[in-house]
Design a protein around this ligand. Structure first.
Ligand code: FES
Length: 121
């Protein structure tokens, strides 16, 4: 594993994700309460980027089909609920899920040294 600086604390705002890189991997960094957290910028549904998704109350919503994840843990808390912001009926959710079961997004433990934030990849 390699420790990589992903941001400075001053780069990260509450209720907004910061898109950054850890090596070749795109990562989203957020601040929830007093803690910093990071997840992969790759939705486990179809692998699309989530950086333009809404972050509210510690939950990030994928902008494509509405999957929801706890940004502090990566835990899936909602799966393929909409398309382009429009809520889907249950049969539409099943079709759009394309047989994929709810899956957590990869998350990373963030360490802080002074104003610098790091993850291990
Ligand atoms: S790509 Fe994120 S919910 Fe489909």
């Amino acid at each position: 594993m390699t420790k990589i600086k992903i941001a400075s604390t001053s780069d990260v705002s509450t209720n907004k994700v910061l898109k950054t890189k850890a090596g070749k991997q795109s990562v989203l960094v957020a601040k929830v309460g007093d803690s910093y957290c990071a997840v992969a910028n790759k939705c486990p549904h179809l692998g699309l980027p989530m950086n333009s998704g809404k972050l509210q109350d510690g939950i990030i919503t994928c902008p494509f089909h509405g999957a929801k994840f706890e940004i502090s843990t990566g835990k899936s808390v909602g799966w393929v609920e909409s398309t382009m912001g429009i809520k889907l009926p249950d049969f539409g959710k099943k079709i759009l899920a394309m047989g994929k079961e709810p899956t957590d997004v990869a998350s990373f433990a963030v360490s802080q040294e002074g104003e610098d934030l790091f993850i291990n990849v």
